[in-house]
Design a protein around this ligand. Structure first.
Ligand code: PHE
Length: 479
């Protein structure tokens, strides 16, 4: 049964939905530790430059494709210029959210588990995460290695997202964003202010914000290789953080009204997303820095904890705050839960919309089908650290493998193919016309054309090559 396509109720609803998708674990957990690793302010500057050029180009292209074709990513590319290769591009862009949603929800489940632990600590004074367990990381490893719990929590997370999707674009996604996003902003600002006013936070703030030349020089000599690595690191982060190259923005763009300005929306989404990433660094880096100094851990080592930063290092830090620790932890994990949920909802929607567009079934049926598929796939990532811990794919556990295949391989391929398609086959004019529809202005038109034709494909192919080399251990690459 063909139905009328859903639409956002207005420009603000669209910006909020796209920002809700963009703001997620990538901002709160990945950005701070990458910034710490790549020289603080140096990384932030490189990141900002990339967002306003490359990020702008890709996001604008995807949204314009969605709005022009009124279809989700699976069929949108082919609709623009029928060609077998474009069907394949649509298919790859659809497989990406199908692979990401399950493991993203598994991490969402981890966050829920921490939220519950901090809520218990704050409200009942119970200590599910005794100081010892928090300090040794046993709380985390015990949970992800448990036989069923990681899947149980992932299931709760998935079903909650499915309920929102079931309610539709306006009543489900829009309304849930309207509740979760303001709370997310308030929590982020409150924690950030709390941290900035903590005695002794100055050194950590400096470590985070002041550009550090060491990140791009060896023995005082400027190094192109190190700058290249910083740029690649920032670029990978930018893709992930802005939810690019996986069809989400195509799907969300297809619900956008013609009279709204795509360019203005993209600029606003970028501002929101980057602001939250920078605020996340302001809340996390100073406290980890102070903690490292206090416990005699080398600062670099504490910052480089990778995935453990949020689930092991931060709880240790909160444990040193005394009675306030449970409340700060609760606020922090509530913020992370909302950020992860709004992103997961967008991933879910990209899957559901594709199912609707291709089999032309009702949204409800498509949601049930997608939920079942995601639950099934989530089992692998959920159990990959416990019951199925002995199974590895190219030496990676399931979750790491899904993350690698999507972020390091499929997403750069999709992004490069999209730019080459727009720049050289479809020609940028088609996108420009869509942006300028109904008399809207396109101020950065010149920048867009140069980026989409030359710089964007080159930069994206560089990520692809370096990521694959890194994973396969070729050429001593380490990012
Ligand atoms: N952009 C989200 C973040 O920063 C992550 C995400 C990835 C969301 C893929 C949707 C799709 O965490």
């Amino acid at each position: 049964m063909e139905q009328k396509r859903a639409s956002w109720s207005g420009q603000l609803a669209f910006v909020l939905a796209a920002a809700a998708s963009a703001i997620g674990l990538g901002n709160l957990w990945r950005f701070p530790y990458l910034a710490a690793q790549y020289g603080g302010g140096t990384f932030i500057l490189v990141y900002l430059c990339l967002v306003v050029t490359l990020g702008f180009t890709l996001m604008l292209s995807e949204i314009a494709i969605g709005r022009k074709t009124q279809q989700s990513q699976l069929t949108a590319y082919n609709e623009l210029k029928g060609h077998g290769g474009l069907k394949l591009l649509g298919l790859v862009a659809t497989i990406i959210p199908v692979l990401i949603t399950p493991y993203y929800c598994v991490i969402g489940g981890w966050v829920l588990y921490y939220l519950k632990a901090y809520a218990l600590m704050a409200f009942t004074g119970a200590a599910p995460m005794g100081a010892e367990a928090a300090n040794s990381g046993a709380f985390f490893s015990g949970f992800i290695g448990a036989p069923f719990a990681p899947f149980g929590y992932a299931m709760i997370f998935i079903l909650a997202c499915a309920c929102v999707i079931l309610m539709g674009v306006k009543n489900g996604i829009e309304k849930s964003n309207l509740v979760m996003m303001p709370i997310l902003f308030l929590m982020a600002i409150a924690i950030c202010v709390y941290v900035i006013f903590m005695p002794g936070s100055g050194e950590g703030l400096k470590y985070y914000l002041v550009p550090n030349k060491d990140a791009i020089s060896v023995n005082g000599q400027f190094s192109f290789a190190l700058l290249g690595k910083t740029i690649l690191g920032a670029m990978g982060q930018m893709f992930y953080s802005l939810s690019l190259a996986m069809g989400i923005m195509v799907t969300y763009g297809s619900y956008m009204k013609k009279q709204d300005s795509i360019e203005r929306c993209v600029r606003r989404i970028e501002v929101f997303d980057t602001l939250i990433a920078i605020i996340a660094g302001l809340m996390i880096i100073p406290v980890v820095y102070m903690f490292a100094v206090k416990t005699g851990t080398p600062v670099k080592e504490a910052m480089n904890a990778g995935p453990g930063l949020m689930f092991i290092t931060l709880p240790k830090v909160f444990a040193t705050f005394g009675a306030a620790g449970a409340w700060v932890g609760l606020a922090f994990f509530l913020l992370v839960t909302f950020a992860a949920a709004t992103s997961a909802i967008s991933l879910f929607e990209a899957c559901v919309a594709s199912v609707c567009d291709v089999i032309k079934i009702e949204r409800k049926a498509a949601t049930f089908f997608t939920t079942a598929l995601i639950l099934f796939l989530a089992v692998f990532s959920a159990l990959g650290f416990g019951a199925w811990g002995s199974i590895t794919l190219w030496k990676m556990d399931f979750l790491t493998f899904f993350d690698f295949i999507t972020n390091s391989v499929l997403m750069p391929i999709t992004a490069a193919a999209t730019c080459i398609f727009i720049g050289w086959i479809l020609k940028p004019k088609a996108i420009i016309d869509e942006v300028e529809a109904e008399g809207n202005k396109f101020k950065s038109k010149g920048l867009y054309v140069v980026m989409v034709k030359y710089f964007a494909p080159a930069l994206v192919i560089a990520i692809l090559v370096s990521e694959v080399c890194r994973a396969l251990g070729i050429g001593g690459w380490k990012i």
